[in-house]
Design a protein around this ligand. Structure first.
Ligand SMILES: Cc1cc2nc3c(=O)[nH]c(=O)nc-3n(C[C@H](O)[C@H](O)[C@H](O)COP(=O)(O)OP(=O)(O)OC[C@H]3O[C@@H](n4cnc5c(N)ncnc54)[C@H](O)[C@@H]3O)c2cc1C
Length: 591
């Protein structure tokens, strides 16, 4: 008994010591709860979004899974958006109310639960948000199939001969596979699991603030009261004022994954990451794809060498029109009052454009995918009722710690951040909940956020771009390794791609990196770990990598720091000479 009491008091004393160390800044919360970031230097590129208005922008409406009779859709919907479920009666008060059950909302309640807090989660459509239902997951599932098609079509290089005309793509089977996989993970994000394991209650319906500590949900009489709230309402597909676009039924990511048959011709508006991933995929399935991009280049924010390389690849697979102006879109032969068709009989769209060289042209196609960007879901949430600042382009205004101007209301994810990625929403929610309940001031800008565009080749990036370093007046050296010179990449038939790492001039401190090539998104994590943990090029170059792997390109790139960078100084060279001279003087075999 006394042993137990001794050990309890020693835990108490040690905990008090750690608490004091934490408050004195000697340790961080990462030393107590696990680090979300270590490096406190701000290394993310700045994404400037001009402020918008408070009015509701034109966005695509949510669309249910289609086809409705698909067994996988029925099963997935039963988990993430059951239609016949009654909402529970709200408890008297919750520690936390979360609006939106995308990644940001789900992680918020998981982290709150880990701190012993009682949360309510409210979702108006499907739990899992964009990522599970109409974003990352389904897109990557069909991108995998497109890669398979491409590999088969280009198999002759590897000595596999497929008689001409025999490669057939079963598009309905591809979409069924995607729906099957989506349904297989839907239970993880489901209403039942979250209601049981992570929250006090899950409510289905549109939520809005009605008072400083209360939220109303459509269809429910009783308000839901909270101590703290997290706004995690995500973003929607923008529908810009392109003449004709708003009056013709067209696809966005909300209904693209409901396609049942391959449209013979498809026009995409917007050459951002979402647009080009899906454009390449559809082109590989056999659709004749045209992209209309208003800017003179694709991925304007990306590393220019990376964007140029991808441009070359994509232009070999489809028609991309840059600096194009869409003058009008007409829809003939289809029902303009119905949703965009997902199978034959297709209507015919006519897209009237002025090309970069000034010529007018009309494109015809059976499907249009609008991928012109995403706007935060901030209107109609009652933010103005409670005095939370927001606008319809930047989203909810939060400080560096995810706190709004109303101290008990926080926000994170796509509705509040320019970094619109699933992993960013995840990390932001974890950080925000720690700040909310532990009184911490962990910073959004310190969350080093890598990203990847999942085209072939993939483009992955972390840290600062060269242009940004130029603009900020940061002196740096860039090291580059072409994948075509890396043994494993040669075997794999990789024709182009690179690893590019920039380090602060005169040091081996990594400031940014871009990788273009197969699995670039996986490879970038190695550099992210280095940056986050202060591991420089020298240590990276001195770390053994298995031969032959593509990741050797990273080590070889870093090793350039030894050969032509900071290690190859006159002093270091002279030290080596001195050692050789000493050894020579001592004679062979001496110790
Ligand atoms: C086609 C596509 C592909 C993508 N691919 C990738 C990828 O490969 N990798 C990556 O990292 N990111 C990708 N993204 C981005 C990623 O999906 C988002 O960054 C991520 O889903 C953001 O999560 P979130 O929780 O902030 O928002 P969301 O996922 O949008 O969730 C917000 C939720 O809030 C709900 N909601 C909104 N308002 C209310 C209200 N008033 N009441 C109740 N509920 C409400 C919505 O219905 C929604 O479910 C992709 C996006 C798209 C569209």
């Amino acid at each position: 008994m006394s042993d137990l009491m001794n050990s309890e008091s020693s835990v108490e004393a040690d905990a008090l010591q750690k608490l004091n160390d934490l408050k004195a800044g000697k340790i961080t919360i990462g030393d107590i709860m696990g680090p979300l970031y270590v490096n406190t230097v701000e290394m993310n590129p700045v994404i400037n979004i001009p402020p918008g208005q408070k009015s509701q922008p034109f966005v695509a409406a949510n669309v249910d899974y289609g086809p409705a009779e698909c067994e996988y859709n029925i099963s997935a919907e039963a988990y993430v958006g059951p239609k016949d479920r009654q909402n529970p009666v709200p408890k008297e008060r919750y520690d936390l109310v979360v609006i939106g059950a995308g990644v940001a909302g789900l992680l918020s309640v998981i982290c709150a639960k880990a701190l012993g807090k009682k949360a309510a989660l409210i979702e108006r459509h499907y739990m899992g948000g964009d990522c599970l239902n109409v974003g990352c997951f389904p897109s990557k599932a069909i991108i995998r199939c497109a890669r398979a098609v491409h590999e088969v079509r280009t198999a002759a290089e590897f000595g596999v001969i497929i008689p001409e005309g025999e490669v057939k793509v079963d598009f309905p089977a591809i979409m069924r596979r995607m729906r099957m996989l989506r349904a297989s993970i839907a239970p993880h994000d489901g209403v039942e699991r979250y209601g049981r394991d992570f929250c006090e209650d899950v409510f289905q319906g549109n939520a809005r603030f009605i008072g400083p500590d209360s939220v109303a949900v459509d269809g429910m009489d009783a308000p839901i009261f909270f101590d703290y709230a997290m706004v995690a309402t995500g973003a929607s597909a923008a529908v810009p004022p392109i003449p004709g676009l708003r009056s013709v039924p067209h696809l966005t990511n909300n209904d693209f994954f409901n396609l049942e048959e391959l449209p013979p011709r498809m026009c995409l508006i917007g050459a951002g990451p979402i647009g080009i991933e899906l454009a390449q995929t559809m082109a590989r399935f056999g659709s004749q794809v045209t992209i209309f991009e208003i800017c003179p280049q694709l991925l304007p924010r990306e590393d220019p060498d990376a964007a140029a390389l991808l441009k070359e690849e994509l232009e070999s697979e489809m028609d991309i029109q840059y600096s194009v102006k869409i003058n009008n879109i007409e829809y003939v032969g289809g029902d303009p009052t119905a949703g965009a068709p997902t199978k034959a009989p297709w209507g015919c769209y006519k897209v009237f454009v002025t090309l970069a060289d000034g010529t007018d042209k009309v494109y015809e196609c059976e499907a249009i995918l609008n991928a012109t960007g995403r706007v935060p879901n901030v209107c109609g949430v009652g933010l103005d009722t409670v005095g939370v600042e927001f606008d319809n382009r930047c989203g909810v205004h939060v400080d560096d710690h995810f706190q709004t101007c109303v101290p008990n209301i926080y926000s994170c994810g796509d509705c509040a951040s320019p970094f619109k990625f699933t992993h960013a929403a995840d990390w932001q929610a974890r950080t925000a909940i720690r700040n909310m309940f532990l009184g911490l001031k962990e910073k959004q800008q310190n969350i080093l956020t890598p990203w990847c565009t999942y085209t072939e080749p993939e483009i992955a990036h972390v840290g600062l771009y060269e242009k940004e370093m130029d603009d900020r007046g940061i002196a740096y050296v860039t090291y580059k390794r072409d994948l075509k010179d890396v043994d494993r990449c040669k075997c794999e038939g990789v024709k182009a791609g690179f690893v590019k790492i920039s380090a602060a001039e005169g040091t081996d401190v990594i400031l940014g990196a871009t990788i273009v090539g197969p699995s670039a998104g996986d490879m970038i994590s190695e550099i992210t770990i280095c940056m986050q943990n202060g591991i420089g090029l020298s240590k990276l170059a001195g770390t053994i990598h298995p031969y032959p792997t593509s990741a050797e390109a990273i080590r070889q790139c870093a090793a350039q720091f030894w050969q032509r960078g900071g290690m190859a100084t006159p002093v270091n060279k002279r030290v080596t000479e001195m050692l050789l001279e000493e050894r020579a003087a001592a004679g062979p075999g001496s110790n």
